[in-house]
Design a protein around this ligand. Structure first.
Ligand code: ADP
Length: 437
């Protein structure tokens, strides 16, 4: 105990000594007096500690103890905390200048502190969000603009991509939030009304989806007629048989194209939604490997499992991305295709490797564009739709994964989907036992 502490706690000590003295006076037993001293001190400090614990659970309140000693420490904690949480008390140097510049802007701008609490907003933000700054000051932004996706976005602190979400029951009203850091740990948030843009994108998606859907029925009818004609003229008219064969191939291509377009528009329409099913990747890799081995019996597909990590995502989307990558590896190479599930420093990775023709570096940045093909004739010959990698890219985006493409002409290619660590649903070792996180 330091002398300072003794002085500060003198009142409590004096009370305990008084009680001990009274006990000694009554009983003349120094052991009982000592015990009384200990019990009274323990009770007094225990009572203080209980108050402190209660305050920690709700630190927005003023510290419960105001006297010297512990009270002094709690006050310091409180001041430090409010500096952090309210931010308004000690504004960052850059704030006044920023506020002046942003106040007259037509775009909605807000400043939040490191705790995500509203420190300031301009008139445009008040208008767009339908709030009054005086009423909302100091509140968490996720309370000012309620919505699960904003809460999650702020918690994840990954502000590279702006967040779009619909804050109200009105399905047409869509806002876009862009966060950037400034000052010590404050954040500047720009909010835009992107309802019109969102509507146009939805119309485009729906249009592609609807057209593709409408084309399905006539194609099925045409396919049926081709099959009937093929059976009628078989062996009697070789020229017609050849023509019908090529018609059948083209109809098959159109069907694949429609399926891919429909799938793409479906994935796009749920891109912003969180996919949270727990996916057993080991099982998924084995299943997809198995079914593609059955479809390409003459080819070698090796599945290497180096991790047992399960991830949160959508099974159908991940299956489709993986199938597209393996089918590409089979189409654009003749040798072994290796599918690997492993751990990297950044997170779990799904890789598909082939020893095929490879891709020239200049094409790589454009590969995930719709209908982009390195070699159109080769792609058509293999029955490609030009949409496979666009689908993979969309699946990657909706799982916050990154698609890496390593390729060297003549040597082969590796397509790797690396998932963020917070998508890992279950850490497990290869024997299946869960590992403490
Ligand atoms: P496609 O249906 O034409 O295969 P994708 O979108 O799947 O369309 O692929 C786009 C282009 O990328 C392909 O046309 C092909 O030129 C190239 N490509 C994709 N995967 C590979 C691969 N494993 N090896 C070499 N080239 C590839």
């Amino acid at each position: 105990m330091t002398p300072g502490f003794l002085v500060l706690e003198s009142r409590r000590l004096a009370a305990a000594l008084l009680a001990a003295g009274a006990m000694w006076w009554l009983t003349q037993d120094w052991r009982l007096a000592l015990a009384t001293l200990a019990v009274v001190l323990a009770l007094l400090w225990g009572w203080q500690l209980a108050k402190v614990y209660r305050w920690f659970a709700n630190p927005e309140q003023l510290p419960p103890i105001s006297d010297a000693g512990l009270g002094g420490i709690l006050r310091d904690v409180y001041v430090l905390r409010s500096r952090d949480t309210l931010g308004t008390k000690v504004p960052a140097r850059s704030q006044p200048y920023l506020k002046d510049s942003l106040a007259s802007m037509r775009d909605a701008a807000l400043i939040i502190n490191s705790d995500g609490r509203l420190v300031w907003c301009n008139d445009a933000a008040e208008y767009l969000l339908g709030i009054k700054f005086e009423e909302e000051e100091g509140k968490p932004l996720s309370e000012v603009v309620p919505g699960k996706s904003l809460k999650r976005y702020m918690r994840d602190e990954n502000f590279q991509k702006p967040l779009r979400f619909k804050p109200s029951p009105d399905p047409e009203f869509c806002l876009q939030f862009e966060f950037s850091r400034f000052g010590v740990n404050d954040r500047l948030v720009f909010v835009k009304d992107v309802s019109e843009q969102d509507k146009l994108e939805r119309m485009r998606r729906d249009f592609v989806g609807n057209v593709s859907h409408e084309l399905r029925t006539p194609l099925t009818v045409i396919k049926g007629y081709i099959e009937t004609l093929q059976s009628l003229v078989a062996e009697t008219n070789p020229t017609l048989t050849k023509s019908l064969g090529s018609m059948d191939t083209q109809v098959g291509r159109m069907e694949r194209l429609i399926e891919d377009l429909l799938w793409l528009s479906r994935i796009e329409s749920v891109e912003g939604e969180r996919k949270d099913d727990q996916i057993d990747m080991v099982r998924l890799l084995s299943d997809v490997g198995e079914s593609l081995r059955a479809a390409w019996p003459e080819r070698d597909i090796e599945v290497e499992i180096e991790s047992a990590q399960q991830i949160l995502g959508s099974a159908s989307e991940l299956r489709s991305a993986l199938s597209n990558l393996i089918v590409n590896a089979l189409k654009y190479s003749d040798g072994l295709v290796t599918v690997k599930w492993s751990e990297t420093v950044v997170g779990p990775a799904l890789a598909v490797e082939d020893e095929g023709e490879g891709i020239d570096a200049k094409h790589i940045p454009r590969l995930t564009e719709r209908f982009y093909r390195v070699d159109k004739s080769r792609s058509q010959a293999t029955g490609g739709t030009g949409l496979g990698l666009a689908i993979v890219k969309h699946v990657a985006v909706s799982h916050e994964a990154k698609l890496f493409i390593d390729s060297e002409p003549g040597k082969g290619s590796t397509f790797r989907l690396v998932f963020p660590r917070d998508r890992v649903a279950l850490e497990a070792n290869l024997s299946g036992a869960p590992v403490a996180q």
